[in-house]
Design a protein around this ligand. Structure first.
Ligand code: 8DG
Length: 131
């Protein structure tokens, strides 16, 4: 059985702000914070899936930039692949999440990241220039 790939976007705004999104479901993950994204559809490229998920979940268009790390472990049978992204149009709205927050440097750990996302946030912090 092949692994299921989840793609996620670290949307970076002015001043090194990073967009965090609070999951609405399932119950076990609800309330935890993540990077927007989701599963790649059959036959879909990962970058196209990332752009689609940002459009569906946030109502924005993004440009996909550099990859963050390699295959991040999720639950058994799932891996997550992550890219830095920038907004090319729109203002993010919580269409499928409970809430959104822009976290500036110094605020990156103010939300309760999902277990898989905390090490990703640490790697992102090391990649972003500090003002
Ligand atoms: N999108 C996303 N999912 C994450 C993150 N961290 C993490 O553990 N996950 C888990 C939660 C889910 O079990 C899985 C992604 O599923 P999803 O619900 O976002 O996928 P999807 O949008 O395609 O949703 P669906 O069609 O299955 O309802 O990965 C993250 O930062 N972003």
């Amino acid at each position: 059985m092949s692994v299921i790939v989840v793609v996620a976007a670290v949307i970076v705004g002015p001043g090194g702000r990073v967009l965090a999104a609070q999951r609405a479901e399932p119950a076990a993950l609800a309330g935890g914070w993540e990077f927007p994204g989701g599963k790649v559809d059959p036959g879909e490229s990962e970058e196209v899936a990332l752009v689609r998920e940002c459009r569906e979940e946030l109502g924005v268009e993004v440009a996909v930039g550099a990859r963050v790390g390699g295959d991040w472990p999720l639950a058994e049978g799932y891996i997550m692949r992550v890219w830095l992204c920038s907004l090319t149009s729109g203002t993010p709205e919580a269409r499928e999440h409970l809430a959104l927050r822009w976290l500036g440097p110094g605020e990156y750990y103010e939300v309760e990241w999902l277990g898989a996302d905390l090490p990703i946030m640490k790697t992102v912090e090391s990649l972003l220039p500090r003002d």
